[in-house]
Design a protein around this ligand. Sequence first.
Ligand code: F6R
Length: 260
Amino acid sequence: MEVVIAPAEELAVLAADAIEALLQQRPESVLGLATGSSPLKVYDELARRHEQDGLSFARATGFMLDEYVGLAADHPERYRNVIATEIADRVAWPAERVQGPDGLAADLPAACAAYEDAIAAAGGVDLQILGIGTDGHIAFNEPGSSLASRTRIKTLTKQTREDNARFFDGDVDKVPTHCLTQGLGTIMEARHLVLLATGRHKAEAVHQLVEGPVSALWPATVMQLHPHATVLVDEAAASRLQLADYYRQTYSSKPDWQGL
Ligand code: F6R
């Protein structure tokens, strides 16, 4: 696991560099998309490169990590709509090439199985962008999630609903109680995991993710078992890392030509 500690703007550039390199190497690459605040600067940087340098997403495929259950199709916080607004529409990504689990399906377990099939049919995810919850979730794999879990329905924790109330007029009662989420086993099959975390409120979760024992109590710790995982954190999110100096030393001595 590589840990990079840098200001948020630099982290966004590093993540965008990795995505751009992938798209240049193979325009048909499959990208895994997260919602929430953490990837927003990356999406801004990709939109800028699309506009200024012609970075194309036309042949790429996108798979979202998760979706709320039951939010109306036109609800602005429905993750499909968030992804359209924050990235897909800005980079002219054809709508049919970006998929998410269907939180409005009549048969939710069937929708989850279909989503797994769609990811597999696309050849799997090349690069998965991730954020981390203050309770250590990735996607919406809340504490207690099986480390081998697949796409399924999950109940959101009180903590996650409180954290996300800011997107729902500050009213926790408006935050859905359930979601569909890629499982930890699903996410672990992506070929490169790139997690972004900023702010002191993420410091404990980041410490557990990088340095804690692998445990369902802190689901993100499963990433320690991934052969190519990159953790991009600002100083505040890195503030509880015991080996922060070592991560800094390792990154500063890395050759320039080597990407994430
Ligand atoms: C969203 C998702 C979540 C968020 C996490 C952090 O698709 O998968 O795991 O990444 O809740 O959210 P922010 O970035 O808003 O702090």
